[in-house]
Design a protein around this ligand. Structure first.
Ligand code: AOF
Ligand code: ZN
Length: 361
């Protein structure tokens, strides 16, 4: 079980079809939590005869949609799935049984499902039923697709990403680059991806609406405001703007923001000291898999939160936009503790911006 790509049986287009599964899965980005994004294609005679993806928790799995799409053509066909088909009765019946019933000949799986109630049982069930199963095609890509979900499945904690912009001379900036702000641009992709966005209340003063919003009508990420500035004015346009997003304010004792929130019917969590552990615990209780800390507003406010976040190992990933600006002053920038190690650093040039992505140890 879980043997990587039994070579002799691997079709030359297996990678291509699994990549198509990943593309299909992404159509439901931001909608599947607490379930993972999954895509499936059915191939017969070198042609795709069925496609599907998991649209939302509670709805049928990717395999079911692909089988429906293929109809009778699924018989003796090869099915490709980005995640191991499930073999349990959850919100929906097992996908293994659907494959067996449809008389699929072979199943190619991107990655084993880390969910302990599935974890290779789906693969075993298919093999027991005489279906050939290949595991581990485009595995890294499939894992990256659902990295946040995997993390929360294995640790029970939401996946936390830190994002910020910086100048080429290394100062953390309170702005986004033009290229990342464009619709379909990098920042809007992040907003699609994460279940919750955390930012400082100081950002609300500069914006008439919340920074985190997807296209109107879409399922919005939870917007978590950290009341960093205890003396915010009572009239904050963003709090009265019409958004379908749920807002929650984390605040220390009786701040003016707490009063505003009560007035406007916005939920608040009062903590002794604003901290990420409480934020993550809240997100976990809400069944959220991924959280983005958007470092903007008054950045100095975050110093303690960041230090603590790193010390406690709360961050999994960082995304940094390096903007083509030179600050050149002696303004104090954030102190990065020496013991902090980051890995798998990748960079991508997007117009005038260089995007860095990586993971904390
Ligand atoms: C699949 N295909 O498209 C997805 C799977 O509550 P349920 O029935 O939706 O089951 C959720 C679990 O099933 C989830 O935690 C994960 O292990 C797996 N998700 N499996 O075969 C799919 N979304
Ligand atoms: Zn399933």
């Amino acid at each position: 079980v879980g043997v990587r790509c039994e070579g002799s049986h691997q079709g030359e287009n297996d990678g291509l079809y699994i990549r198509r599964c990943v593309e299909l899965a992404r159509k439901a980005i931001g909608h599947t939590s607490p379930n993972p994004m999954v895509g499936c294609v059915i191939v017969k005679g070198g042609k795709i005869v069925g496609e599907g993806f998991h649209p939302k928790a509670g709805q049928p799995h990717a395999e079911v949609f692909a089988l429906r799409d293929a109809g009778d053509l699924a018989e003796n066909a090869t099915a490709y799935v980005s995640l191991e088909p499930c073999n349990h009765y959850g919100r929906t019946p097992p996908c293994t049984e659907a494959f067996i019933k449809a008389k699929v000949e072979k199943v190619v799986v991107g990655m084993v499902d880390p969910n302990p109630i599935v974890a290779s049982k789906g693969i075993d069930r298919l093999r027991d039923a005489g279906i050939e199963v290949i595991v581990g095609v485009e595995e890294e890509l499939c894992k990256k697709l659902i990295e946040a979900w995997i993390h929360q499945m294995l640790t029970g904690k939401p996946f936390l990403t830190l994002r910020y912009s910086m100048s080429v001379d290394g100062h953390v900036l309170n702005q986004l680059g033009n290229t990342v702000l464009e619709p379909g641009g990098y920042y809007s992709k992040l907003l699609q991806e994460y279940d919750a966005i955390v930012f400082s209340s100081t950002l609300l003063l500069e914006n008439s609406s919340f920074p985190a919003s997807r296209e109107p009508g879409a399922n919005q990420p939870l917007q978590i405001v950290l009341a960093m500035d205890p003396d915010l004015p009572v009239e904050i346009p963003a709090l009265t703007s019409k958004s379908t997003a749920k807002v929650i304010i984390f605040t220390e004792k009786e701040t003016s923001l707490e009063q505003v929130a009560t007035l406007k019917g916005v939920e608040t969590v009062v903590c002794e000291r604003i901290n990420l552990v409480s934020v993550l615990e809240y997100c976990k209780r809400q069944g959220l898999c991924s959280v983005l800390l958007d470092l903007r507003g008054n950045i100095a406010d975050f110093e303690q939160i960041l230090r603590e976040g790193v010390e406690l190992g709360l961050f999994q990933k960082y995304v940094v936009e390096v903007l083509p600006v030179w600050v050149g002053s002696n303004e104090k920038s954030l102190n990065v503790p020496e013991k902090l190690r980051v890995k798998s650093l990748t960079s991508k040039v997007m117009g005038e911006t260089v995007l860095l992505e990586g993971y904390f140890e």
